[in-house]
Design a protein around this ligand. Structure first.
Ligand code: NG1
Ligand code: ZN
Length: 544
């Protein structure tokens, strides 16, 4: 058959077992062509099964340039349904073309319609990695091996753009790259127009933002977006076209983990508001260079972006809830979602605002799923990946409300609050975390509040923390519960961690197996950096 002959060009690497982790498959790019080919097949089957457009993205995000990866976007633009992950693993690891065909036949028999249905349609994107071009061709061949399947190559994109396009296509909306830029820029302009007038003249040439593009796809795309905007002064560095290497000494992951300036930034930037994207532009952190000479920064991480977003949304909801005509008002349920990596000071701050804070295990799919339970759900990982979700029900209410207010109380504070929420609903990428839409939202909220990056950073003070990785023989031996905060196996380990933690004031510590690397991660927090370091080190010894 077609499958047997085409799959014989893509034999899996020997002696490597790949698994569909929290971010799809990731490995050295040279190992991936068979996996990507097979994920092309899976994407086409998923499209037939759901009768919707599916996305396939080739990226290894913040990892080194020689790595690559592949992940699938489901019809709603989110991550592939967890029910299909075992099938993805089985496909990727099937040893021969015959085994592969057998697997597919068995799977299809369980209920994938082929006849009298809309053909499979997969849209593809890739980041700037040099290995991406050949891998994209492999994905297309996989898709083409399913009869009638259509593959649409969108070229080099940010990961969130591809997810956004899948979601937009399946909602029957315009879904090209131009449409993406148009939606972000028009909703951004709308939010700028709604800034209280006493604050609207704050920005000037002295208030520029400098962005580190991680030498990836984000810098160039941000530049395209900027051409459609007014009122933002942004300088972009680390485009990736001036000899800099993707993610090497640059980018959101580097800045957040190392807490030092990325390449291309130095003491001349002291005090300026700076931001870092990661290589595929789905993470965003802010920072400012301190006057100390060693490249130290003040880091404004995902937790603080979450806090800023929560404050702004809460402010609009409070205005709306003060509406006199009580019968048309609606008490919106706002929830925030974090993981155990969120700095304890951020959690305290959010709770003290009266917000409901929820915890899930690490991995965007878990955070996203939880946030979707609210009228407005905001989720962020400390590393800068996160977004805001508006429920369908609440979005509908908001559209109706703004219509009603535009005739009843045009120009009122009430109308402005509703219009702001509606604009956030359009600006923020509701498929996945998106550094570009997140950056625009941060910028407009800072202007709305009249805040500098320092004022923002003062919302609360991070507790000192330390993250370590421990190489172990078998990381799956560590099993956790309660959103990864408690070890249930091996027996006795949690008690030992508790005993170490109790030695430190404001101590908090947890360990978990990484979903993307072959390590166990240790996280510790305490009232001083020395204490956090010492707690992390002693717990790392317990794991080893
Ligand atoms: P793992 O390797 O499971 O810790 C890392 C990040 C996650 C998430 C995924 C996917 C940390 C501690 N973990 O997961 O937050 O971003 O990669 O890229 O940052
Ligand atoms: Zn990324």
């Amino acid at each position: 058959s077609l499958l047997i002959s085409s799959s014989s060009h893509f034999l899996p690497p020997q002696g490597v077992r790949l698994s569909y982790g929290t971010a799809g498959f990731r490995a050295d790019a040279s190992l991936l062509s068979s996996t990507v080919y097979r994920m092309g097949i899976l994407a086409a089957l998923r499209s037939l099964k759901t009768q919707a457009v599916i996305g396939l993205m080739i990226t290894a995000s913040h990892n080194k340039i020689s790595d690559n990866g592949v992940k699938i976007a489901d019809p709603n633009g989110g991550m592939l349904s967890q029910h299909w992950e075992p099938f993805a693993d089985a496909l990727a690891n099937a040893p021969s073309p015959q085994d592969l065909v057998q697997l597919i036949n068995d799977f299809v028999k369980e209920g994938i319609p082929f006849n009298g249905v809309r053909p499979a349609e997969v849209i593809l994107g890739r980041d700037t990695r040099p290995s991406g071009d050949a891998l994209l061709k492999a994905a297309k061949e996989g898709i083409a091996s399913i009869v009638g399947a259509i593959a649409t190559d969108m070229g080099i994109l940010t990961t969130p753009q591809l997810h956004w396009m899948v979601r937009a296509r399946n909602m029957g909306m315009k879904a090209s790259e131009e449409d993406y830029f148009e939606q972000l820029s028009s909703s951004f302009r709308c939010l700028m127009d709604l800034i209280p007038s006493e604050k609207s003249n704050r920005s000037g040439p002295n208030d520029k933002l400098v962005v580190d593009g991680a030498n990836g796809v984000g810098g160039g795309n941000l530049e395209v977006l900027l051409k459609q905007l007014n009122g933002l002064s942004i300088e972009i560095r680390n485009y990736g076209e001036d000899g800099g290497v993707l993610n090497e000494g640059v980018g959101a992951d580097f800045v957040q983990k190392e807490k030092v300036v990325p390449n291309g930034f130095d003491s001349k930037d002291v005090g300026i508001r700076c931001a870092s994207l990661d290589g595929d532009a789905d993470r965003l952190v802010y920072f400012s260079v301190t006057a100390e000479s060693n490249g130290k920064i003040e880091l404004v991480d995902g937790d603080k972006i979450l806090s800023l977003f929560a404050l702004f949304i809460r402010e609009q909801l409070i205005i709306l809830s003060e509406e006199e005509d009580a019968k048309n008002s609606r008490q919106a349920h706002l929830g925030v979602v974090q993981t155990a990596y969120a700095n304890g000071a951020s959690t305290n701050y959010l709770k003290q605002l009266g917000l409901e804070v929820n915890f899930t295990p690490t991995g965007v799919k878990y955070l996203h799923e939880k946030a979707a339970e609210f009228d407005i759900g905001i989720y962020f990982e400390a590393n800068g990946h996160g977004t805001i979700l508006f429920s369908e029900d609440f979005s509908g209410w908001l559209v109706a409300k703004t219509k009603e207010l535009s005739s009843k109380s045009k120009g009122s504070e009430l109308e402005k609050a509703a219009l702001r929420l509606l604009a956030v609903n359009k600006l923020i990428n509701q498929a996945v975390g998106d550094a570009l839409s997140g950056l625009l939202l941060v910028e407009v909220i800072l202007q709305h509040m009249g805040w500098s990056i320092h004022r923002w950073n003062e919302l609360y003070h991070d507790l000192p923390s330390r993250q370590l990785k421990v190489k172990v023989a078998d990381r799956t031996a560590v099993v956790t519960a309660n959103a990864e905060t408690v070890v249930v196996s091996p027996l006795g380990l949690q008690e030992a961690i508790n005993a170490e933690t109790a030695k430190h004031s404001q101590g908090r510590c947890f360990v978990r197996p990484s979903g993307t690397e072959d390590v166990v991660r240790v996280y510790a927090e305490a009232s001083t950096q020395e204490a956090a370091d010492s707690l992390a080190n002693s717990v790392a010894k317990l794991v080893d």
